[in-house]
Design a binder for this molecule. Structure first.
Ligand code: B16
Ligand code: MG
Length: 226
């Protein structure tokens, strides 16, 4: 690994938690239109993937064959409900350790990018008062969803860096797979044990400055491989 020049952050589950809001919005849509109570076990399959893919996961589960137009309408409705739900978000909703990590990376001259599947990423960063930290926000509109490496490669290519100069931070297995497919160093965070990551922590404060220094210097893997 080389010295790190770019850190690419996922949003939901890393910077803030919007999982409940996304899922509750889908619950409302499916109850209203189809009288279906979505099984809570579907939540993990709708996490980290695009809006339309989340919708497809739920439709497949309940054998609903909808036209493209119907899907687009439901996705718009879900997004309106979701936006209403997150409209009260503010800096208190930023997950523990995020501020410190962003400041620490910035103070080491590392560029910061948002690599989220969400089209609401920029607006959410604004609500969280974090927009100023980010040098680039990936627009996921025409990119393949994680576990494809496209979102991470898009950020890398924007700056013209090499993969071994980039790290990705993710809470979902599909996201870790995307980072590894992009041949970058993967930091896994959250409740789901992400053994495919190069380092996994339950919460970001567990990434102390000495660990961060090793990652930034590109020496973490050398010291932790056997
Ligand atoms: P939007 P991430 C993902 O966030 C969510 O986990 C997922 O549930 C959602 O479908 C996706 O964003 C798209 O969000 O509807 O706002 O475009 O983990 O990629 O930050
Ligand atoms: Mg996520």
């Amino acid at each position: 690994m080389s010295k790190i020049k770019l850190a690419i952050f996922d949003l939901d589950g890393v910077i803030t938690s919007t999982t409940n809001e996304h899922f509750h919005a889908w619950e409302l849509v499916f109850r209203t239109h189809f009288n279906i109570n979505i099984d809570p076990s579907l939540e993990s399959y709708t996490k980290g993937v695009s809006r339309i893919e989340s919708l497809n996961v739920i439709c497949n589960q309940y054998g609903l064959a909808l036209s493209e137009d119907e899907k687009i309408q439901l996705a718009i409705e879900k997004n309106n409900i979701y936006n209403e739900m997150i409209s009260s978000f503010n800096s208190k909703k930023v997950l523990s350790g995020v501020q410190h990590l962003l400041s620490y990376l910035k103070s080491h001259d590392i560029k910061l990018a948002l690599g989220s599947a969400s089209k609401n990423g920029k607006a959410l960063l604004k609500l969280l008062d974090l927009e100023g930290y980010f040098d680039y926000i990936v627009d996921p509109t025409n990119l393949k969803s994680k576990p494809s490496p496209d979102i991470f490669n898009n950020a890398k290519n924007y700056f013209g860096f090499r993969s071994d100069q980039c790290i990705g931070i993710e809470d979902a297995l599909s996201g870790i797979k995307a980072i590894k497919a992009a041949e970058m160093f993967a930091i896994g965070v959250g409740n789901e044990k992400l053994s495919d990551a190069d380092i996994y922590v339950e919460t970001l404060p567990q990434l102390n400055d000495s660990i961060l220094d090793k990652i930034i210097e590109g020496k973490f893997k050398d010291e932790h491989s056997n």
